[in-house]
Ligand binder design. Structure first.
Ligand SMILES: [Zn+2]
Length: 435
């Protein structure tokens, strides 16, 4: 059943998938069954994986419109991130995780702000999501970045404390990532220390690169190299770097990515919204580069919905290579097995297979506006999900064998939560000098 749609039964035991038994009806399983869920009218997908997000920006939705990356960062995002306090970052993480779970996303690679990462980790542990988290590292930058900057030594010390407390916590559900924000915001010395440190050798390195032409020029000015070339030259970083965007890449850049085992995370919604450009995912994949998908953040998208990203990824590939180049099944893999591969977790998540984590999304095609079409002989289930699907289809989301979202049981926010989020936004606006 791995990869291809099929009818059958799925058995869970503890936090794992115990067996996948195909058939219509499926033959009885030899094991003991304690509780049965009738999901005959549902589609079950492995939990969706988004490999580039900023939970800390969830309360910034809609406040940084109409700007390109550079103005977006300098005029709004950095001042608002600098205004975050433990209470507001906790609410941002909570709102973001609830939105993700309600949309079937079960695993994320998150980049925090430069402070209060502990709070994001506590919120993720409490709400049940799986993921890698870490503070954004910034030790250099222009004037608007100043309040966020921290000396490298201080960041490394904090990373050590966070790793000791959190790496592998909650039965391996919570992991740490090193998150140098992008080449211009991290000094060469800190980049090299991060990459070569034996203390952090097992942690992925999550960054942004080749997002806009302006950024590529800035990296060339600072280092004499393009972002992929610079990253490929870091000793100890081989196979560990997850680079969000990869929009502006030459053939030589792709060669560097391949050689260094750098994965790219495609963020089509963010790239279109900030008018950064169109990433050529098909060429990356054909050249053997691992590619995942992510919504980036609520401040540049403005949804955290894997289905929206899938659709946009399909459209962009069609535009670049012609509609015949687009396979919905291939696009869907960006948030399942390919996403797992980006994180090095392909033996744990990303498909429905005995022994893997019981991370599932139960989709109900009848919640669609056009359920009559869903997956009949004329339309494949994958095409339906990628081009007609949305988070409105999600009935339940399960992580590690536990339901973490049920449509009827938890609406996105209750009124009290809603008030908290609004109050937090007002406070951030005031602190950032916007109100
Ligand atoms: Zn980002």
């Amino acid at each position: 059943m791995e990869g291809a749609p099929a009818r059958g039964d799925l058995y869970l035991e503890g936090d794992r998938i115990a067996a996948v038994v195909p058939g219509d009806p499926a033959p009885p399983w030899a094991g003991r069954v304690e509780r049965e869920i009738d999901a005959a009218s549902y589609w079950i997908l492995p939990g969706l994986i988004q490999t580039h997000l900023h939970l800390c920006q969830t309360l910034f939705r809609g406040v940084a419109e109409g700007r390109d990356l550079c103005r977006w960062l300098q005029e709004v995002i950095w001042p608002w991130e600098a205004a975050l306090e433990p209470e507001t970052i906790a609410l941002a993480a909570e709102a973001g995780i609830r939105e993700l779970l309600a949309g079937g996303t079960t695993t994320i690679l998150d980049m925090g702000s430069t402070r209060h990462t502990e709070v994001i980790l506590e919120t993720a542990a409490r709400l049940g999501i799986r993921g890698f988290f870490g503070p954004a590292l910034m030790d250099r930058g222009p004037e608007p970045a100043r309040p966020l900057l921290r000396p490298g030594e201080e960041s490394l010390r904090e990373l050590g404390e966070l790793a000791r407390r959190w790496e592998g916590a909650e039965n391996g559900r919570i992991r740490l990532a090193l998150c140098p924000r992008f080449v211009p915001s991290v000094s060469d010395g800190l980049w090299r220390e991060l990459a070569s440190s034996t203390e952090f050798a097992g942690l992925p390195i999550h960054t942004h690169g080749s997002e806009t032409q302006e950024e590529v020029r800035e990296v060339e000015r600072l280092t004499g190299k393009t972002p992929p070339a610079y990253l490929a030259g870091l000793d100890g970083a081989q196979g560990r770097i997850k680079m969000a965007h990869g929009v502006w890449l030459s053939a030589e850049d792709r060669n560097h990515l391949h050689r260094a085992g750098t994965a790219v995370v495609h963020c089509p919604g963010s790239n279109l919204k900030l008018a950064s450009g169109l990433a050529d995912v098909r060429t990356l994949r054909r050249e053997g580069i691992t590619v995942g998908l992510g919504a980036d953040g609520a401040a540049c998208n403005n949804r955290l919905d894997a289905f929206s990203e899938l659709r946009l990824a399909g459209y962009i590939q069609g535009l670049l290579h012609g509609p015949e180049s687009v396979s919905a099944a291939e696009i869907l893999r960006l948030v399942t097995l390919e996403g797992a591969r980006v994180l090095g977790l392909e033996d744990q998540i990303g498909s429905l297979k005995a022994g893997k984590c019981a991370d599932l999304v139960l989709l109900d095609p009848h919640l669609s506006d056009n359920p009559w079409a869903a997956g009949d002989g004329w339309e494949s289930p994958e095409a339906f999900l990628v081009f007609a699907g949305g988070r409105e289809l999600v009935r339940e989301t399960w992580i590690a064998g536990r339901p973490v979202y049920r449509r009827e049981a938890n609406d996105l926010v209750d009124e009290a939560q809603d008030r908290n989020y609004r109050a937090a936004r007002r406070r951030l606006a005031e602190r950032a000098g916007y109100a």
